[in-house]
Write a protein that binds this ligand. Sequence first.
Ligand code: 13P
Length: 302
Amino acid sequence: MTDLKAEIMRLKKERNAIILAHNYQLDEVQEVADYVGDSFYLSKVAAEIDCEVIVFSGVRFMAETAKILSPEKIVLLPEIDAGCPLADMITDEDVRNIKNQHPGVPVVCYINSSTEVKAESDVCCTSSNAVKVISSLPGRKVIFVPDGHLGDYVAKQLPDKELILWAGCCVTHAKVKPEDVLKAKDKYPGAKVLIHPECSPSVVEQADFVGSTSEIIRYAEKSDAKVFIIGTEVGVLCNLRASQPDKQFFLLHPGLVCPNMKKTRLQSVYEALAKNQYEIQVDVDLAAGARRSLTRMLELAQ
Ligand code: 13P
């Protein structure tokens, strides 16, 4: 393990590479990363960082986003089949059909979407800035794809907006049921319940705090509370336990493990750097369309 880490450090230097890791990545991967965070933070880093190679330890849409925002760099996804079922729940053709049904209504796509869907949309958003992005759009109606759970959460925050939603969801967060929150509250009385907006509405409405992975981490860091129930992927919990050993963190549901995020191991990161795999390529025209949606998000949600 130590040798592998040393080799990764050597290759990083040799190739002028940086490693980005999502909060859901395994500890062993987060430990070698230069930047760890949520989807919004990592896309900002990818857009601004000065390097030749980005190793994106996450899932495909994240690596594609990095390539779109930094087309001159080599972007590597260490596990080629690390995908996102939510992103696969809608196609660009579906988006064109909704647009035809609602002419003139702006389309916001969650960053968990394909490059094609981003190119069909007016602006992109992440879980940390969805409310800000959608509230900044003119007019009452907004089409939001593909996460219906996040869309429901945003709609409740913005009663003046009328959101037209797509029924996609994160299959991992959707496992949590409202009774799981009741059980956890019974088991850990007084604990703060922190929940990701990809959970279903009946779960989200029982939260003390709703936010992105990094917002959940920051909330727990700043809170005076000592016990927390975490309603997002287990990677966040590992991170919290390491950084705040004086507090207690419990996972809301044992199924909160994203199999795609867990595909990337330390070995995969090493092989990515050593063998230049798997290099992400994005069609130039599609990338231009998707870049417009992503850049607009970066401008709106500074
Ligand atoms: P955030 O990192 O923006 O909270 O999103 C989590 C996620 O959906 C990863 O797939």
